[in-house]
Design a protein around this ligand. Sequence first.
Ligand SMILES: *[C@@H]1O[C@H](CO)[C@@H](O)[C@H](O)[C@H]1NC(C)=O
Ligand SMILES: *[C@@H]1O[C@H](CO)[C@@H](O)[C@H](O)[C@H]1NC(C)=O
Ligand SMILES: *[C@@H]1O[C@H](CO)[C@@H](O)[C@H](O)[C@H]1NC(C)=O
Ligand SMILES: *[C@@H]1O[C@H](CO)[C@@H](O)[C@H](O)[C@H]1NC(C)=O
Ligand SMILES: *[C@@H]1O[C@H](CO)[C@@H](O)[C@H](O)[C@H]1NC(C)=O
Ligand SMILES: *[C@@H]1O[C@H](CO)[C@@H](O)[C@H](O)[C@H]1NC(C)=O
Ligand SMILES: *[C@@H]1O[C@H](CO)[C@@H](O)[C@H](O)[C@H]1NC(C)=O
Ligand SMILES: *[C@@H]1O[C@H](CO)[C@@H](O)[C@H](O)[C@H]1NC(C)=O
Ligand SMILES: *[C@@H]1O[C@H](CO)[C@@H](O)[C@H](O)[C@H]1NC(C)=O
Ligand SMILES: *[C@@H]1O[C@H](CO)[C@@H](O)[C@H](O)[C@H]1NC(C)=O
Ligand SMILES: *[C@@H]1O[C@H](CO)[C@@H](O)[C@H](O)[C@H]1NC(C)=O
Ligand SMILES: *[C@@H]1O[C@H](CO)[C@@H](O)[C@H](O)[C@H]1NC(C)=O
Length: 853
Amino acid sequence: MDFGFFVSLLILSLFFKLFTCQLPNTDEFYVSDFLKKMGSNSTLSYNSSASVCSWEGVHCDTKKENIIGFEASGLGLSGLIPDFTIGKLTQLQSLDLSKNKITALPSDLWSLGSLKSLNLSSNQISGSLPNSIGNFGLLEVIDLSGNNFSGEIPAAISSLVSLQILKFSGNGFEGSIPTGILSWQSLVSLDLSANRLNGSLPDGFGAAFPKLKTLNFARNEIYGRVTDFVEMKSLTSLNISGNLFNGSVMDVFQGQLEVIDLGKNQFGGHISQVQFNSTYKWSHLVFLDLSENQLSGEIFLDLSQAQNLRHLNLAYNRFARQKFPRIGMLLGLEYLNLSKTNLIGHISGEISQLSYLRALDISSNHLAGQIPSLNNKSLKILDVSHNNLSGEIPISLLEKLLSMERYNFSYNNLTLCASGFSPETFETAFYGSLNSCPIPANPVLFKRRANRRKGFKLALALTISMVCFLAGLLFLAVGCRRKSRTWVVKQPSYKEEQNISGPFSFQTDSTTWVADVKQATSVPVVIFEKPLLNITFADLLSATSNFDRGTLLAEGKFGPVYRGFLPRGIHVAVKVLVHGSTLTDQEAARELEYLGRIKHPNLVPLTGYCLAGDQRIAIYDYMDNGNLQNLLHDLPLGVQATEDWSTDTWEEDNNGIQNISSEGRLTTWAFRHKIALGTARALAFLHHGCSPPIIHRDVKASSVYLDLNLEPRLSDFGLAKIFGTGLEDEIARGSPGYVPPEFSQPECDAPTPKSDVYCFGVVLFELITGKEPVGDDYLEDQEANLVSWVRGLVRKNQGSNAIDPKIRDTGPEYQMEEVLKIGYLCTADLPTKRPSMQQIVGLLKDIEPRASR
Ligand SMILES: *[C@@H]1O[C@H](CO)[C@@H](O)[C@H](O)[C@H]1NC(C)=O
Ligand SMILES: *[C@@H]1O[C@H](CO)[C@@H](O)[C@H](O)[C@H]1NC(C)=O
Ligand SMILES: *[C@@H]1O[C@H](CO)[C@@H](O)[C@H](O)[C@H]1NC(C)=O
Ligand SMILES: *[C@@H]1O[C@H](CO)[C@@H](O)[C@H](O)[C@H]1NC(C)=O
Ligand SMILES: *[C@@H]1O[C@H](CO)[C@@H](O)[C@H](O)[C@H]1NC(C)=O
Ligand SMILES: *[C@@H]1O[C@H](CO)[C@@H](O)[C@H](O)[C@H]1NC(C)=O
Ligand SMILES: *[C@@H]1O[C@H](CO)[C@@H](O)[C@H](O)[C@H]1NC(C)=O
Ligand SMILES: *[C@@H]1O[C@H](CO)[C@@H](O)[C@H](O)[C@H]1NC(C)=O
Ligand SMILES: *[C@@H]1O[C@H](CO)[C@@H](O)[C@H](O)[C@H]1NC(C)=O
Ligand SMILES: *[C@@H]1O[C@H](CO)[C@@H](O)[C@H](O)[C@H]1NC(C)=O
Ligand SMILES: *[C@@H]1O[C@H](CO)[C@@H](O)[C@H](O)[C@H]1NC(C)=O
Ligand SMILES: *[C@@H]1O[C@H](CO)[C@@H](O)[C@H](O)[C@H]1NC(C)=O
């Protein structure tokens, strides 16, 4: 057989196999060829066994001969469109190839003279638009937005005389707007935004478009004046933001515009003469943006007729200093931006009447006073940063923050009285001169809304404890006055002898420390709350009888702790941090000032400090009821406690603490639970309420104190940092019995919040077992310490054997076992397996202690 014949037969049969139903040069052939070559990812739109007219996106004429409409939007078509495909659909009236990855158009596309609608938006077409676009004399809609067209808009575009909608936005068109567009008499919508068009508008522009409703020239470099638009009687939406328009904006307020966006231009002059009350027209106004111009003088005097206004942005102008404008009548307002408009005085209370307000930006002004309550659910964005606002952020607002998209309170003089924010939030939203950051926190505040009854109980409890507290205070005040008087009598007053010169050297059982100061009276003691007291190191000497051993409360690992009364009866514990610090005086002072601002009902507050030579001396409120270690293990409270509490009774809403005498205090389950929960709250606050999180590094029973009201309070937080890198190894790693396993590893890790969690777990074990972490006898096992002993029992489900006999009968055993289990979780070997302090607070709260009888 002739080989050539065989080959041609093969080719012919292949050809027929490929195009069984698709005869060459039919619309069906062009379309299927197009889809194939452009790599369509759609199986639906290509079904060779069905007629092309039934394909999705294909519309044929009534005789089913020719395709007149073709939609292939978002089919993953990519690359350049070849000639002899859709460019051959000669009857095509509507073509939609939007949202693909087309990079270039075929030259035969421009021969489709019947096209009425062309949508090529959201592709990657580049190059310039050819003059042959003038062939589209019937085109009504053209959308080339979101491509990479460049070069000038060709003059031939003037031939598109039927055009109603043109969208060329988001390309790289350059040069000026061609005069040819003036022939588009039917134009309704024109969008040339986000290009590189420049120059001024063609002469006669304003009169050329009798039907134009929306005009968008935003983000180009076009210049002109608003008078260019005043003749456009049909115009309802004008967007020329981000251009070089200048002159006065007054004329724009003469039309019937609903949307006016003149932002980011070079408009100047005043707008105070604009009278929104003059005619009915202003009821149309919905959107007004005049931001980032050079407007001066006053803001609008009268907005009362603009009651449909939903968006008002006057930000970043050069207005005169003025009071917050009257906005109370703009009841539909959803967006108000008065950022950097030179506002003084207070934020208008009217703002809380705006029910639909979604975004409020009044940043970078000179507003003072408090933030009014913004009690509406709709508020999602709030920026009050860079003002001079003071007082507390209203609770109602705080409660809403968690559901808002964005808020910024930075750079004010505000006080924040709730925690629950992430460190990231703190950094971005509460930065700068926030009055107290971190904050006096009360996590309960967040829950209050959720449970009103609980809130009421809380308020009641607060009132009761307040009354008790005041009574206690009165009692103490009398006691203190008596006390301080005796001090004065007993001690030589160093203030009187004017020249007390150092260096001073002091001894305790374990250490000697030196305060290298020349004159005791010239070394100030900073007392945060009472800056005017003018206390000096001489007063500290006097208060502690010259750091006498008799006033020694304890010898902590940071150094000795003394007790004393400062002038005016301030009862303090004076902690001398004797281990060398690598921080400079300034750094240490800054750190101590920072610690002084950290307040929480379960933290021992830092009252003040003194830098005496190299010694950093921290001064704390004195805790009247000793620390947990002493109380649990019946150790003396250091210096004898002054007040006798044995006759006092204690009531606390039904949770079993009643008639707690001084010796019986710690022998009830409810009270130990209260200590566990309070301590957990303090740690949760340090970890989750402070930015950056504060790692305590030395949680142990002797760091937990009981205050006058028998509330547990954690002490010594943040101290490790005062030492900088000077605090080494043993001290930095924690106390015996409290060292987390990760610290014993050769490649030992830096302390993390989870190392605090471990230590807290040990404290929980102590609270339930009444035993010391090391050195106690663990009879049942010969194990080395409390942790391994209790963990062993819990693992064998014998936790009840570990319970302190003293509390065993004061509450349900299963609850105590539950706490041991929490301790078990906390003391997991792997830090990642330990719960967070926030979770622990939740777990402990779920256990509601009751008396067993
Ligand atoms: C293709 O069209 C034929 C005839 O209309 C139909 O039977 C078949 O199910 C279609 N195939 C697909 C994949 O849609
Ligand atoms: C085709 O691809 C585009 C993007 O490439 C995608 O958005 C579309 O969902 C895809 N369609 C199908 C049917 O897979
Ligand atoms: C073009 O197509 C896009 C995406 O399908 C669509 O959003 C847009 O409204 C269309 N343009 C016109 C002018 O109809
Ligand atoms: C757009 O076109 C310009 C040249 O006109 C080219 O430099 C640029 O890379 C293109 N951008 C994209 C995203 O294709
Ligand atoms: C417009 O921009 C082009 C470059 O894109 C430049 O050559 C021309 O001078 C500019 N015209 C005006 C009036 O700024
Ligand atoms: C004006 O156009 C710009 C750019 O396209 C856009 O960001 C802005 O939202 C538009 N303004 C209005 C009121 O639609
Ligand atoms: C407005 O801009 C035009 C073009 O840049 C300039 O010639 C004119 O001086 C400007 N007018 C004012 C009042 O700034
Ligand atoms: C409109 O407001 C101006 C300025 O506040 C005032 O002088 C004028 O009387 C008001 N006109 C009407 C009709 O209320
Ligand atoms: C307020 O306007 C300024 C200037 O245009 C802008 O930077 C800021 O983002 C706007 N604020 C909000 C909340 O939109
Ligand atoms: C906003 O609060 C007001 C009461 O202050 C209320 O009438 C209105 O319905 C609230 N609007 C929304 C959207 O929640
Ligand atoms: C901030 O407000 C306080 C009063 O609340 C005032 O004493 C102070 O001068 C104000 N600071 C500035 C920069 O306006
Ligand atoms: C911040 O507020 C406090 C009290 O509200 C005030 O004493 C202090 O001067 C204020 N600071 C500034 C910078 O305005």
